[in-house]
Design a protein around this ligand. Structure first.
Ligand code: DX5
Ligand code: ZN
Length: 215
């Protein structure tokens, strides 16, 4: 069964604490938090203070996805705010080992992401080293976009590699996944599914998350 991580970006920002508690009660496994800086992606979202507020509102682990140009400048403040997982993008990290170690040095789990245009070879060498690998299935920047098919062979390659190496690295997918297409990423071997509009846009969070778990 894949873990379900609602993306708080699609929640009602006027009622964030309530929304976080609602998905917790509805059976979510972690909460995905999209941090955007207006440089790495053409959008601005939220910072450590908001992560701190979420941390107070929910017991769920916070999965912080840094879509920023200088992710290592912000690791410490997000960990202090309550991040349990931190994901950085390969496209902006020169020294992957240093980035993973920097995140782990704060007692946080370290994850590596790639954009749809980045080949899977950018992350596959880290399968036995990273705690999680995130395959973007939309061009990052905005919620509510359509799922991109080229994420599926990447997930399959990584899940085959996991089997071959015995790695316990989690595979996460992010973007355009809803209850009606989740089975495709589950078949490709995903462990953690991020869904924003697919959950917060649904009438019943519990029913939606249960359907996603059942896929
Ligand atoms: C996109 C973000 C995603 C987004 C997912 O840049 O990284 O996490 O919030 O939203 P949906 O599920 O609506 O595509
Ligand atoms: Zn994300």
């Amino acid at each position: 069964m894949a873990l379900i991580a609602p993306s708080i970006l699609a929640a009602d920002f006027g009622r964030l604490a309530e929304e976080a508690r609602a998905v917790e009660l509805a059976g979510a496994d972690l909460i995905h938090v999209d941090v955007m800086d207006g440089h790495f992606v053409p959008n601005l979202t939220l910072g450590p203070d908001l992560v701190g507020a979420l941390d107070k509102a929910t017991e769920l682990p916070l999965d912080v996805h840094l879509m920023v140009e200088n992710p290592l400048d912000f690791v410490e403040s997000f960990v202090r705010a309550g991040a349990d997982w931190i994901t950085v993008h390969c496209e902006v990290v020169d020294d992957v080992e240093a980035a993973l170690s920097a995140i782990e040095s704060h007692g946080c789990r370290a994850s590596l992401a790639i954009n749809p245009a980045t080949p899977v070879e950018a992350v596959s060498p880290w399968i036995e080293r990273a705690a999680m690998i995130l395959i973007m299935s939309v061009v990052p920047g905005f919620g509510g976009q359509s799922f991109m098919e080229n994420s599926l062979p990447k997930l399959q390659t990584l899940s085959d590699l996991k089997e071959k190496t015995g790695s316990e690295c989690l595979l996460e997918v992010d973007g355009g996944v809803k209850a009606d297409n989740i089975s495709r990423v589950v078949e490709a071997g995903v462990d953690v599914v991020v869904s924003g509009s697919g959950i917060f846009g649904a009438a019943d969070y519990s029913e939606t998350i249960a359907a996603m778990h059942a896929a």
